[in-house]
Design a protein. Structure first.
Length: 250
């Protein structure tokens, strides 16, 4: 039997999702809890690999169970996991899926959000949860960022927004939407696509902040995309502000 788990976690104290020797990871933490809960060795597969410090509001992962596993009603699995997991990760729901279902390859699209706190002074209650941006931005920063974000939407080659050294050869992705909302001193970038290159969202965030400071317009963004060159884009924003926000399946 294969069960799809929906998970939330605060990535600050994790070295990302994927197993690493001698490092605290979400996959290892969840696997240890699952083996205790179901009473057998468990294989857990995630929908993506988030980096150290990156968070998830909605991460999806499957666990394969044998007929001998402890039987727990689906609606109770989240609560059953709770006492076995640390406070920075939780299982929010569970459902049975087909044996050939794959949490990564069957994804229709994923949505990420990136949060930026624009202020000369950091907020300790946002520590590790936002990119603290202490430089000045224009009064219409969100408007300018949205104008540049329009150029990102659609099916195109996003090589300019892929981390240098990545071995991915097919850099074409389809972005469903990309927009920016400002609430007080928080700028939130929301972007959804059928797939993302390594550090793609963080590089897009760093590039959009160039628009917030008046250093980039829509034509400039289009030139960056057309360049297919990482050096043409902005800096890679820190992991703190990045959240996997939604994973959608067909």
């Amino acid at each position: 039997m294969k069960i799809l788990l929906r998970i939330k976690y605060l990535g600050t104290a994790f070295c990302g999702w994927q197993f690493q020797p001698n490092a605290r990871t979400v996959q290892k933490t969840l696997t240890d809890a699952a083996e205790q809960l179901f009473g057998e060795k468990c294989s857990i597969t995630g929908c993506s690999r988030t980096d150290s410090g990156v968070h998830a509001n909605d991460f999806a992962a499957t666990v394969d169970l044998s007929e001998n596993a402890n039987k727990i009603p689906l609606e109770r699995i989240g609560a059953a996991f709770a006492p076995m997991l640390p406070s920075d990760v939780s299982v929010t729901s569970a459902e049975i899926v087909a044996d050939d279902f794959h949490p990564r390859y069957d994804v229709c699209y994923k949505e990420y959000i990136y949060k930026i706190h624009v202020s000369p002074v950091s907020d300790p209650f946002l520590f590790g949860r936002v990119w603290h941006y202490d430089r000045k931005v224009l009064s219409d920063a969100a408007v300018r960022m949205n104008e540049c974000a329009e150029a990102i939407v659609g099916k195109q080659d996003f090589a300019s927004f892929m981390a240098s050294g990545s071995k991915i050869e097919d850099t074409v992705r389809t972005v469903k939407y990309c927009n920016v909302v400002q609430e007080g001193d928080i700028l939130t970038i929301k972007i959804a696509a059928d797939g993302f290159l390594y550090n793609m969202v963080r590089i897009i965030a760093g590039t959009l902040m160039m628009a917030a400071t008046g250093k980039l317009d829509k034509n400039g963004m289009e030139r960056i995309i057309s360049a297919h060159d990482r050096k043409s884009a902005g800096l890679t924003a820190p992991p703190d502000g990045l959240y996997l926000n939604k994973v959608v399946y067909n």
